[in-house]
Design a protein around this ligand. Structure first.
Ligand code: SF4
Ligand code: SF4
Length: 544
């Protein structure tokens, strides 16, 4: 992978090493306690130091997460997990007699001076170290006590730098075994199928379309059911995804449900998040105005530019839909609205992936890349099936586009299918835990791909309880139970892929994804992009 386009990072970037980490711990000779590092004091003293030219620089993903809008994957088409867990060493941690050493790490060079480091059994994400920081880190190749290493740097105090390496999981106490500490999910995700009708006939769609819409009374009863379960299970937030079919063909119902849900959620003290999932074909100015006024976010499917999109997303008459989608995107952008772009990658449109990535980065649009999932409706379209080498190559071309146009937002949660590298977790999605898929008749299934196999309905006292106790539909098991995944270094970030896809391909839920080879080839390259993004952001911050 070429690094020749990278600009040299200015020496002054060293100051970035002292930006306090969220939830940062300060370390002294005896213990780690919850004391934020005083940024200004550290910067001033470092800048005054005669040794400033050899000071360690340590950048990390969390350093640059400052606004909620930067959280990746906020419009995931699936039931994205939000119950990531903690893998840091327990605090407070007594340091007096426990030496530190290197844990298992994924590392790779980014430039001549900077190296990426990532501990897959920790929760702090990607870190980037300059040569001086790498030299300090090397001091712990064999287990060493902090005070021994401090003595080898008589000219300056390196305690804070060791603290950063420890916090980021690049050093760990001898004998430490990471133990995941799971948090309860906070968001109840829902799919509301406002219509079963669609104006497109996409070749990979899993919905058996009809002309049926969701009636008004079903829409309101669906909201009641969602909120009942949310309260009974202690959720703080509910997310409604208006879907179908094509949700914008029944906007009256979307807005009616939105009004009712807003009132009811407010009354019950729940936070409400809403998004409409659309094919983008027929969203007019008035609809855009209304989405904006109501705060409903928009997610648009776009699988390529021109013929690449048209090849798999056509109208009923077989004509391609790109021109219509492109017009809608122009309309949204003209109003300052940035929709989320959902890209479905198949073998058929793989050659055009780099072009659609160029399109979205040119417009600074958030996006994710979903891999085609085989299903009963799509089974005759054999050319959609993923061929490992072709998909890897297409993704590498897309990565090259991203490397030349690194966005400010992190791509760790949206680049490689269902992998989420923004927080460790053990399940690929929230199916069976915190996800309700409500069809237009009020039946409730576990996953949109199983919408025709409902488990319960909106008239149950607590629909989520039925979903959680079901043992017949999709079994969304932990990665620890998947054969082939248990000893994989990526297990807490990949979690073995989509359960529906794996079952269709293998007849089992407890095995690794059929896309495993693709994933393993791409994860290191995705991390590399994140490392380069951190270097770019650090440079930009200094210039500002
Ligand atoms: S599917 Fe493959 S890459 Fe993913 S966790 Fe399992 S073994 Fe690892
Ligand atoms: S089981 Fe697969 S298709 Fe269904 S929500 Fe989860 S990741 Fe998506």
């Amino acid at each position: 992978m070429s690094t020749q386009n990278m600009q040299p990072i200015p020496l002054l970037m060293e100051v970035l090493a002292f930006q306090p980490v969220k939830g940062c711990f300060s370390l002294d000779d005896t213990q780690i306690s919850r004391q934020p590092v005083t940024h200004r004091q550290k910067v001033e003293s470092r800048l005054a130091s005669p040794y400033s030219s050899i000071l360690p620089v340590i950048l990390h993903t969390r350093q640059f997460i400052s606004q909620p809008s930067q959280v990746p994957n906020f419009q995931c088409d699936c039931a994205c997990p939000d119950d990531g867990f903690s893998l840091s060493a327990p605090q407070p941690f007594t340091m007096q007699n426990i030496p530190l050493h290197h844990p298992f790490l994924h590392t790779q060079p980014l430039t001549d001076d900077y190296r990426l480091m990532f501990n897959p059994y920790h929760d702090q994400g990607v870190a980037v170290l300059n040569s001086a920081a790498q030299q300090l880190w090397q001091q712990f190749q064999q287990p060493r006590h902090l005070h021994d290493v401090v003595q080898t740097y008589p000219e300056r105090d390196i305690t804070t730098d060791v603290q950063s390496l420890f916090q980021l999981g690049l050093l760990q106490p001898v004998g430490y075994q990471p133990q995941p500490r799971k948090a309860a999910p906070k968001v109840l995700n829902t799919w509301i199928h406002v219509t079963n009708e669609c104006n497109l006939r996409c070749d990979y769609c899993y919905i058996n379309k009809t002309d049926d819409d969701m009636p008004a009374d079903v829409g309101r009863a669906a909201v009641d059911a969602i909120l009942r379960s949310a309260i009974q299970h202690g959720f703080q937030q509910v997310k409604l995804k208006f879907a179908g079919g094509e949700a914008t063909l029944n906007l009256k119902r979307v807005f009616d449900i939105h009004t009712y849900a807003t009132d009811q959620a407010h009354e019950k003290g729940l936070h409400l998040d809403t998004v409409v999932l659309s094919n983008g074909v027929s969203i007019g100015e008035r609809a855009i105005e209304e989405f904006e006024r109501r705060g409903i976010r928009v997610s648009i499917s776009l699988d390529g530019i021109g013929a690449d999109h048209d090849a798999q997303r056509q109208f009923k008459n077989g004509k391609g839909s790109f021109a219509w989608v492109n017009r809608t995107l122009d309309r949204l952008l003209a109003r300052g609205i940035k929709p989320f772009i959902s890209i479905t990658l198949s073998n058929r449109n793989a050659d055009g992936l780099a072009d659609v990535i160029q399109y979205v980065v040119d417009r600074d649009l958030p996006f994710n890349i979903n891999f085609f999932r085989d299903n009963e409706c799509a089974t005759s379209h054999t050319d959609l099936k993923l061929m490992d080498d072709k998909i890897i190559e297409a993704m590498q071309h897309a990565f090259a586009v991203l490397e030349a146009n690194l966005p400010e937002r992190s791509l760790l949660g949206s680049l490689v299918d269902r992998a989420q590298f923004n927080a460790p977790h053990d399940k690929t999605c929230s199916v069976g835990d915190s996800y309700l898929v409500i069809d237009h008749k009020g039946n409730i299934a576990k996953c949109q791909m199983e919408i025709e196999r409902p488990i319960t309905s909106i008239y149950a006292d607590d629909p989520l309880a039925f979903i959680r106790s079901d043992r017949l539909g999709i079994q969304n098991i932990s990665v620890e139970e998947k054969e082939g995944c248990r000893s994989c270094e990526w297990k807490y970030w990949c979690t073995g892929g989509c359960a529906a896809l794996t079952y269709r391909a293998t007849g089992r839920y407890d095995v690794k994804s059929p896309n495993c080879r693709i994933y393993k080839a791409l994860y290191p390259e995705m991390l590399r992009l994140e490392g380069l993004r951190l270097l770019k952001l650090a440079s930009k911050q200094l210039v500002a």
